[in-house]
Design a protein around this ligand. Structure first.
Ligand code: ATP
Ligand code: MG
Length: 261
């Protein structure tokens, strides 16, 4: 029996004359850490855009817990439990770290604007819960000492973790991370790896992660897919993928040992 949380079925995306994705299919099981690798321009971010609903596919479908969500807008998919971070971070640079997080939590909360206007007890309680949830997330992501800092002044690694906190604030079942380790030094990359595993446990997450650092991804992931020119050229456990001749030829430059290409 399939326990797929997410399935992409024969997904294609054409930009003018360019097939950014060409008939890509795979499924992601609940609880998995699923990696996506491929050279620059292979279609990885496009795939995330199709899964999160930012870009409509040219054909194919996105299936969530067995039901098609291909036509749903991003906020509806977010409500269903899909959240993502962006390759180019999207934070409010002028707001504090805490406020960046509160905005994300507020957007997701269901307390009505009437409650807010009237400042009802229900609204005050929701507000208190949001603050507690925000502090808890800041703690988990090692950002609580930076809560009052303007997001624009943070170091790169802290900014990336704040984006993760914002995505986690919507209480997702599936977290899509687009190159969360980009720009981090080796020690920070290791720390991030451990953090993702920890968050998976604590939040019962399924994670899809795009990452160019192949050894890190191979250590982190249960399974992975490899894209090349929009086509899925390999799928399976890191051990299977690293021995795949098409992957070696297309991506790992003749060395699939797991060392940095
Ligand atoms: N909105 C768009 N309009 C036109 N072409 C696009 C658009 N978005 C992506 N592309 C093109 O589609 C292809 C796939 O892009 P995508 O960003 O998905 O690659 P990627 O695998 O994420 O690459 P990278 O590793 O550099 O982030 C590229 O050739 C890109 O230029
Ligand atoms: Mg990309």
């Amino acid at each position: 029996m399939s326990t797929a949380l997410l399935e992409v079925r024969d997904l294609s995306c054409r930009f003018g004359g360019l097939m950014a994705l060409d008939g890509v299919s795979f499924s992601v099981a609940s609880g998995e850490i699923f990696g996506l690798i491929g050279p620059n321009g292979a279609g990885k971010t496009t795939l995330f855009n199709l899964v999160s609903g930012l870009t409509p596919p040219s054909s194919g479908s996105v299936i969530w817990r067995g039901a098609a969500i291909t036509d749903l807008p991003p906020h509806r998919r977010n409500r269903l439990g899909l959240a993502r971070t962006f390759q180019n971070l999207r934070l409010f640079d002028d707001l504090s770290v805490l406020d960046n997080l509160l905005v994300a939590l507020e957007r997701h909360s269901r307390s009505s604007s009437i409650d807010g206007l009237l400042c009802t007890a229900r609204h005050r309680q929701a507000e208190r819960q949001r603050r507690e949830a925000a502090w808890q997330l800041l703690e988990e992501l090692g950002l609580s000492a930076l809560a009052d800092r303007q997001a624009g002044t943070l170091a790169y690694g802290d900014r990336r973790r704040l984006e993760m906190a914002r995505a986690l604030g919507t209480d997702p079942a599936l977290l899509l991370l687009d190159e969360p380790a980009a720009g981090l030094n080796p020690a920070e990359k290791e720390g991030l790896c451990a953090l993702i595993q920890e968050l998976r446990q604590r939040h019962r997450l399924t994670v899809m992660i795009i990452e160019h650092h192949v050894p890190l991804l191979m250590r982190l992931c249960d399974r992975m897919a490899v894209l090349d020119f929009g086509v899925r050229i390999a799928l399976g456990s890191p051990n299977v993928v690293r021995r795949d001749p098409r992957v070696i030829a297309a991506y790992l430059g003749g060395d699939a040992s797991g060392e940095t290409p």
